[in-house]
Design a protein around this ligand. Sequence first.
Ligand SMILES: O=P(O)(O)OC[C@H]1O[C@H](OP(=O)(O)OP(=O)(O)O)[C@H](O)[C@@H]1O
Ligand SMILES: Nc1ncnc2[nH]cnc12
Length: 190
Amino acid sequence: MDRLLDSLHTAPIIDKDGYEYLVHPITNGVPMLDPALLREVVVEMIRRIDTGVDKIVVPEAMGIHLGAAVSLQTDVPLVVIRKRPYGLEGERRLFKETGYSDSEMYVNDVDEDDRIVILDDILSTGGTLAAICETLDEIGCEIVDIVVVMRKVGGESAFEDIEYEATSLVDISVSDGEVTIHRSVADESE
Ligand SMILES: O=P(O)(O)OC[C@H]1O[C@H](OP(=O)(O)OP(=O)(O)O)[C@H](O)[C@@H]1O
Ligand SMILES: Nc1ncnc2[nH]cnc12
């Protein structure tokens, strides 16, 4: 996890209307994503999921590179929850709130009884993952694992109100222009 931990200390932090926002290769694709960093993260994510599931589900946009890499390695099909509707039969709309935006997303191709792994880059206010889990529950899927690269700790999380647990590779806080690392999976092997 050296690459991920090092990259967190060098990532720029910008102000989004008072919200301290980390600009990181995994969460933004900016600064550019080193393949060795992506590989390190994806290997750790795959270690933490049941690869015998029916589908990997990721939200657009910054779940896509992670989901694509995990899908290639595991042969599990990838479903992307999109920010635009296609109007296809069975499409479901969800409403999500994050720390800096409110928006709609659209779920296609997830069916009752599907066994699902959800992946994403970051769990921050939890609004995105809470909305996704609620919608997959309504459809009648089984959410087997939820894995994120980073979890922001120290704030309120909508995700705490729901029955699922998310595994993170690293827990961070972002404050006064600095990232603090609270825990990482690297600690588990010590
Ligand atoms: O826990 P939350 O507060 O919901 O924040 C986490 C979400 O925020 C980001 O997505 P964003 O909606 O900014 O879209 P992007 O992936 O297109 O950058 C990120 O990729 C997560 O999906
Ligand atoms: N890149 C990011 N930095 C800080 N908080 C976030 N919440 C969602 N994405 C984030």
